[in-house]
Design a binder for this molecule. Structure first.
Ligand code: GTP
Ligand code: MG
Length: 207
């Protein structure tokens, strides 16, 4: 099977906010309360249909721990989409969103081809961060906001599929623009050939 659209995602955020759990829920529909911290970087993938095409969604799962940050930032440039995650029961992880947003800017500049969402995870637990404040913060930074529970599965498919859909739509749009430009270029060629013919005739007539 050919997968002609590239869909490479990256998930970032503080340690223990539930990045690996979100991806395990999304790809295998499983959840465990055991915490095994990610070492460096890990890889998940899942096939889904978008716009009548089979898409292989590939996701880099990064370690939140500080000592791996230089390594994981090397993966930013290969992503079409980034999920920034915090846990709604831990306000420190929400405060740290500014660090993660800054690290995207540092690594990608103003590359608006990369689609980005923010996820507030662990909504099955008691909150330290209010939904409206988090949504406003995300939107003020230009990102769509979602809330999830990797434990119950709530919001997981919706949020990741929203991001993939945005990427596929944007790739389809670019492909259409490229196709139209190519078609127009052929039209230009036809005109210029006619012009050449005309000028040759003129030359013949007047020499
Ligand atoms: P690093 O790999 O260290 O960066 O952490 P991580 O962000 O991948 O966190 P991980 O998915 O390993 O989850 C950390 C802990 O939180 C685990 O004990 C999970 O079971 C728990 N956890 C993750 N998501 C949820 C959730 O939605 N609800 C609850 N109650 N616990 C969760
Ligand atoms: Mg992890």
């Amino acid at each position: 099977m050919n997968y002609d659209e590239k869909c490479q995602l990256l998930i970032i955020g503080d340690s223990s906010v539930g990045k690996t759990s979100i991806l395990t829920r999304f790809t295998e529909d499983k959840f465990t309360t055991n915490y095994i911290n990610t070492i460096g970087i890990d890889f998940f993938s899942k096939d889904e249909i978008f716009n009548n095409k089979k898409i292989r969604i590939k996701i880099w799962d990064t370690a939140g721990e500080e000592r791996y940050r230089a390594l994981t930032q090397g993966f930013f440039k290969s992503a079409n989409g980034i999920i920034i995650t915090y846990a709604v029961n831990d306000v420190d992880t929400f405060e740290n969103l500014k660090y993660w947003i800054q690290s995207i800017h540092t690594n990608l500049g103003e590359n608006d081809l990369v689609k980005i969402i923010i996820i507030g995870n662990k909504i099955d637990l008691d909150r330290e961060v209010n939904f409206d404040d988090a949504k406003k913060y995300a939107e003020d930074n230009g990102y769509k906001y979602f809330e999830t529970s990797a434990k119950s599965g709530k919001g997981i498919n919706e949020s990741i599929k929203f991001l993939v859909q945005e990427i596929i739509d944007s790739q389809d749009k670019t492909n259409n623009i490229n196709k139209n430009n190519k078609d127009n270029k052929h039209d230009d060629d036809t005109i210029s050939l006619d012009e050449n013919k005309h000028s040759n005739n003129e030359k013949k007539c007047c020499s």
